[in-house]
Design a protein around this ligand. Structure first.
Ligand code: NAI
Length: 509
């Protein structure tokens, strides 16, 4: 099986819904003659007319060449029966997400098509191994998992099950690349790469909401401040809580109900109540208004201090030093710097404003004996653009002065401070640590490579960085310590450090 054999080969796309229509378009644009079949009479022809309408619009706006549009459309032929597709060299299946329906279809196809015709499935959650079971030639079945909208999203997960022949997976990988996509190899495990690694983005937010640690608006602002294009609450509202809950439930069940993937009561209640997000007019937010602007918090200027010391080494401490130098300049003095104190942050006289290491402000205050302790979230974009939302929490034992001064200092350092409950790992640090941890387990289990995970998360869900890029800017030891601190607080299976990360943390630097 070679790439050459698939490039330009006659193709059969089955299922003319959102995904099938998109796949047919992309394949036809890449030069394949495409036959499009749907069990619902007229659906394939309808998809073609819809595409013609879209192309007309694009041609009208000068964004697509009329001849190219016409050539693409002429390559797609709706067919009324699968028997018409006998010459196909490649099938991409995008029918309903149902194991029995897909299995029955592949068996039917085996009886109709040549023994070397590659069978690809666009399933987003069904095991490719299970789909191949019972086929006469199971080695030719492979996952070709596109993302919605197919013409725009670059990522394709090329999913291999136990039966998949490596040459078949490679041929699909090369074909994806020839179509201008970024293919990534994945092993068939629940959620493949993107839908698995992304779970904590939603789960940590839902856990924070369950504890009433912060509002959806604040969590969204903090994660946008960490570089994400959309906060988790607005994103869940966009995806639809029913869909998001179903994916979580499927990954949870497929992992034998590993608590790591446990769905949330918060989301369950929203689904039960029909608060599905944008599509139902209300989710975390009401639509069309949406999230709206964050309430304006006015922070007083920091009170005059006798001494300000920036603690710690590395990029975050450097950023704090520069910001504190700017903040103190009008008073004619600057901060001192201590690099080897074992923590990062700001000491303002006796009070401490500490970068989260996963412990709560209360726990840090108890350890140091300094009641006036606050923790702040990890700034993930450095240098932090002015006005970056950043979560912080103040120890219960702190005096009234430090309760307002902690926020005042963060504001003076250029952040938009967001006070949250004193919860371990706050918002961005906790979320990103869990994303890295999940990605580390995916690599440990051979689901993907580190580079594959980075590509998949950046291109499949538009993350501002890949998990292993975050890891390179942070440290395995610190991430493991943060997840351990979450585990110490919650005692369960969710916050289980990946052995891959643990091993990296133990390796000499
Ligand atoms: P859809 O509901 O828009 O389209 C499915 C189409 O398949 C319908 O037109 C239906 O009439 C047809 N169909 C159903 N059973 C059939 C059969 N036995 N033979 C022929 N046609 C049949 O669904 P959508 O969203 O396009 O999803 C299709 C597949 O792609 C599913 O496996 C889904 O999990 C997967 N997928 C969906 C994504 C999404 O964002 N919608 C993203 C990635 C994968």
């Amino acid at each position: 099986m070679t790439t050459n054999k698939l490039e330009g080969a006659p193709m059969l796309v089955i299922g003319a819904g959102i995904m099938g229509a998109g796949i047919a378009q992309v394949a036809a644009q890449a030069g394949h003659p495409v036959m499009l079949f749907d069990a619902r009479e007229g659906a394939a022809a309808q998809a073609c007319s819809k595409l013609a309408g879209t192309f007309d619009g694009l041609v009208g706006k000068g964004r697509l060449d009329a001849a190219a549009a016409q050539a693409t459309l002429s390559r797609i032929t709706p067919i009324a029966a699968l028997e018409a597709a006998q010459g196909a060299g490649l099938v991409v299946e995008a029918i309903v997400e149902d194991l029995a329906a897909k299995r029955a279809l592949f068996r039917q196809l085996e009886a109709l098509l040549a023994a070397d015709c590659v069978l690809a499935t666009n399933t987003s959650s069904i095991s490719v191994t299970a789909l191949a079971n019972g086929l006469a030639h199971p080695g030719r079945l492979v996952g070709m998992h596109f993302f919605n909208p197919v013409p725009l999203m670059k990522l394709v997960e090329v999913v291999s099950g136990l039966h998949t022949e490596p040459a078949v997976a490679q041929a699909i990988f090369d074909l994806g690349r020839a179509w201008g996509k970024v293919p990534v190899h994945a092993r068939s495990t629940p959620g493949f790469i993107v839908n698995r690694i992304a779970r904590p983005y939603y789960a940590e937010t839902l856990a924070l909401l369950l504890e009433q640690a912060a509002t959806p608006q604040v969590i969204d602002a903090c994660l946008r401040g960490a570089g994400f294009r959309m906060g988790p609450c607005e994103l869940m509202d966009l995806i639809g809580h029913d869909t998001n809950f179903a994916v979580t439930q499927s990954v949870y069940d497929a992992n034998f109900q590993d608590k790591r993937y446990q769905p949330s009561l918060v989301q369950r209640e929203m689904v039960d109540g029909g608060l599905l997000g944008r599509k139902s007019g209300r989710g975390f937010y009401r639509y069309p208004a949406g999230a709206g602007a964050l309430p304006v918090a006015v922070h007083e200027a920091p009170a005059t201090a006798r001494e300000v010391v920036v603690h710690g080494d590395g990029a975050i401490a450097d950023h704090l030093e520069q910001a504190a130098t700017r903040a103190l300049a009008p008073q004619g003095w600057g901060p001192a710097r201590v690099r080897d104190s074992g923590w990062t942050g700001l000491a303002v006289d006796e009070a401490r404003l500490m970068l989260t290491d996963g412990r709560t402000a209360g726990a840090l205050a108890a350890t140091s004996g300094r009641a006036d302790t606050a923790v702040f979230d990890r700034p993930l974009l450095l240098p932090a653009p002015p006005g970056t939302a950043l979560a912080y929490a103040v120890a219960d034992a702190a005096g009234p002065g430090w309760r307002t001064q902690a926020g005042a200092w963060l504001a003076a350092l250029g952040f938009k401070p967001q006070r949250v409950e004193d919860t371990p790992g706050l918002v961005a640090a906790r979320t990103v640590a869990m994303l890295v941890n999940e990605a580390a387990d995916a690599v440990l289990q051979g689901v993907c490579t580190t580079a594959g995970a980075d590509d998949a998360m950046k291109l499949g869900v538009n993350y501002p960085a890949g998990p292993f890029e975050w890891l390179a800017r942070w440290s395995a030891g610190e991430i493991a310590a943060l997840v351990d601190a979450l585990d110490a607080q919650y005692r369960g299976e969710r916050y289980r450090v990946s052995p891959w990360l643990r091993r990296l943390a133990a390796a000499p630097q």
